[in-house]
Design a protein. Structure first.
Ligand code: IMP
Length: 186
């Protein structure tokens, strides 16, 4: 019997860009770096939904200092692989952040529009300090001059899925970071 033609992306054999083991090892290093930088203090991790949820949950467990969470949500890529360029706050913070050490936790720093918008917004609430942790950085795509204090991996200009990152809301549950579509890895 002939093999069925694959019309949809199959997560069975995705082209892995960064393996789950490499992610886990790097997240432990980032946690240790945060512990050193904020030794003796507490930190509020502010995750950007939904892409950063998995990164935040692993990063939080790699941090030993006192740590709490909050989440914000912004409009982003919608159903495609391109940003509209416009950033809109969909979900605000649940608690005040004045005087707190904040780490804004994001899945990808791409054009920088989202994090620039969020940094400006959070600074208005007068935190004690504000840092950015981005699991991935695509420096070639930057439109805003922003850098993260903590970067997991700097990657070339691929669209990626997995470990929280989606294409049209799918594939967030892949344990590895994979290139999408599969033939973009060829
Ligand atoms: P920026 O505003 O262009 O920096 O985009 C940040 C957001 O775009 C990220 O939080 C992701 O939600 C989304 N994004 C950028 N690149 C990718 C990608 O390769 N895969 C999935 N989402 C992406």
């Amino acid at each position: 019997m002939a093999a069925p033609v694959r019309h949809t992306y199959s997560p069975a054999h995705p082209p892995v860009l960064i393996s789950r083991d490499a992610i886990a090892a790097r997240v432990v290093e980032l946690g240790a770096q945060i512990d050193r930088d904020l030794a003796g203090e507490s930190v509020l991790l502010v995750g950007v939904l939904k892409g950063a949820a998995i990164f935040l949950s692993d990063l939080a467990r790699a941090i030993s200092i006192q740590c709490t969470f909050d989440f914000v949500a912004v409009s982003s890529y919608g159903k495609g692989t391109r940003s509209s360029g416009a950033v809109k706050l969909i979900k605000d913070l649940d608690h005040p952040i004045e005087g707190r050490n904040i780490i804004l936790v994001e899945d990808i720093l791409d054009t920088g529009l989202t994090l620039s918008f969020l940094k400006r917004m959070l600074m208005q609430h007068r935190p004690r300090s504000l840092r950015v942790a981005a699991l991935l950085d695509k420096p070639d795509r930057r439109l805003e001059p922003i850098q993260a204090e903590y970067v997991g991996f700097s990657i070339p200009n691929h669209f990626v899925i997995g470990y929280g990152m989606d294409y049209a809301e799918r594939f967030r549950n892949l344990p590895d970071i994979c290139i999408f579509p599969p033939d973009a890895a060829d």
